[in-house]
Design a protein around this ligand. Structure first.
Ligand SMILES: *Cc1c(COP(=O)(O)O)cnc(C)c1O
Length: 373
């Protein structure tokens, strides 16, 4: 993207990321975990917050194990973190073995074919290579399934020749603490670990899993969303701090007479004389179109309804009940942040906070601050 510097402030929207809140969220999870180490999941560019910034502060906080999804993400992170373990969740694609070694990355091996290839590569380099083993306990997405575990039980040598760091599995419903799937997966995980040769350290909990209790903590926790302010349980309180604040500038304020409609499709009609503020944030910025007529923004600390369709670059907001002093064109309003949280807006939009965060557009001017320094 072309960026030009003007002598005036042409910023229409900005995204402020408080790395101090990420630090505090990490510390909070550590307190919950006691002596169990806490990794940091920084896939998808740190859930949209900037993996380089997030990983650096986590490292400063003592985090030494990082998870990403793809090989590219891992190589990028290695530039930022000369030390520390970087594990790649999506598995070992054929032909990438030497590159993993070159960048000192740890693959999470998802089936016995990957295990065999990694062992063979270790033989080539002269020493067993480090890896993690993913076993499937119910997600049915990645990891050794029951049949492959039977093969391992019959022939434990299948796992020889690898320096196993952890065996891990992933919970399907940890954000629903009452779901019977949690205990089922824990029981399967325990059973699968029992069938593995030797004692390999274990990791099961994602963010929500940490809050299910110490039975789920094992030897390493793998939180992502909670670091970025997401709530651990779908129905419960949120003890985490929201590190992001997106503000959009008020471009114009107008009075719409009763009976007129606002926006594309005329989907919203004024039931009274309404003051409408047009705010610079739209779906091209990651402000989901499904927030049309259901989203909220915070103006001068008060919540106002988004009315009418979300456009590409703008939303329209009912500010009838707000002091006009707080709605002067040129002012900034919070469209997502501590007051209108990603979780709350995701509920209204029919999605999850994860999707809102990872959809944050590239158009925002990003500011990083660190309130905890
Ligand atoms: C994304 C992911 C995590 C982190 O999950 P959160 O719900 O964001 O805490 C942990 N483990 C695996 C395998 C993942 O894919």
């Amino acid at each position: 993207m072309v960026t030009t510097t003007f002598a005036f402030d042409a910023t229409l929207s900005r995204l402020t990321i408080d790395l101090g809140a990420v630090r505090q969220n990490y510390r909070r999870l550590r307190r919950k975990l006691g002596d169990v180490p806490c990794a940091g999941v920084v896939k998808a560019d740190g859930y949209g917050l900037g993996a380089d910034h997030v990983a650096s502060v986590l490292y400063e906080e003592g985090c030494r194990t990082f998870f990403v999804a793809t090989f590219d993400e891992a190589v990028g992170l290695r530039q930022i973190l000369p030390e520390g373990d970087i594990a790649c969740l999506n598995g070992l694609l054929p032909g990438t073995e030497a590159a993993y070694v070159e960048h000192r990355l740890t693959p999470v091996l998802n089936d016995l074919g990957q295990v065999a290839r990694w062992r063979a590569h270790g033989v080539k380099t002269g020493a067993p290579l480090a890896a993690m083993l993913h076993v499937d306990t119910g997600m049915n997405r990645l990891g050794l399934d029951g049949r492959q575990m039977d093969q391992v039980a019959e022939d434990p040598a299948l796992l020889d020749g690898i320096d196993w760091q952890y065996v891990l599995s992933h919970l399907c419903a940890a954000d629903a603490p009452d779901s019977p799937m949690n205990a089922q997966q824990l029981a399967r995980f325990t059973e699968m670990r029992r069938r593995l040769p030797g004692a390999i350290k274990a990791s099961l909990a994602n963010s929500s899993g940490i809050f299910l209790g110490s039975d789920y903590h094992h030897d390493l926790a793998r939180p992502g969303i909670a670091l970025y302010g997401g709530r651990p349980s779908a129905g419960g309180d949120n003890p985490m701090r929201c590190p992001i604040r997106i503000e959009g500038r008020i471009l114009q304020v107008r009075t719409v007479e009763r009976g007129w409609t606002v926006g594309y499709g005329g989907s919203w009609r004024a039931g009274r004389e309404t003051r409408i503020a047009t705010v610079a944030a739209g779906y091209a910025d990651g402000y989901l179109r499904s927030l049309s007529s259901v989203g909220r923004v915070a103006v001068g600390g008060r919540l106002c309804n988004v009315v009418g369709r979300v456009s590409m670059d703008m939303i329209t907001v009912d500010v009838t009940d707000i002091d006009p002093a707080d709605t002067a064109p040129g002012g900034m309003v919070e469209v997502l942040g501590p007051t209108v949280t990603p979780d709350a807006m995701a509920d209204l939009a029919g999605t999850i906070g994860y999707e809102l965060l990872t959809s944050l557009g590239s158009r925002y001017v990003r500011h990083y601050v660190d309130s905890a320094e």
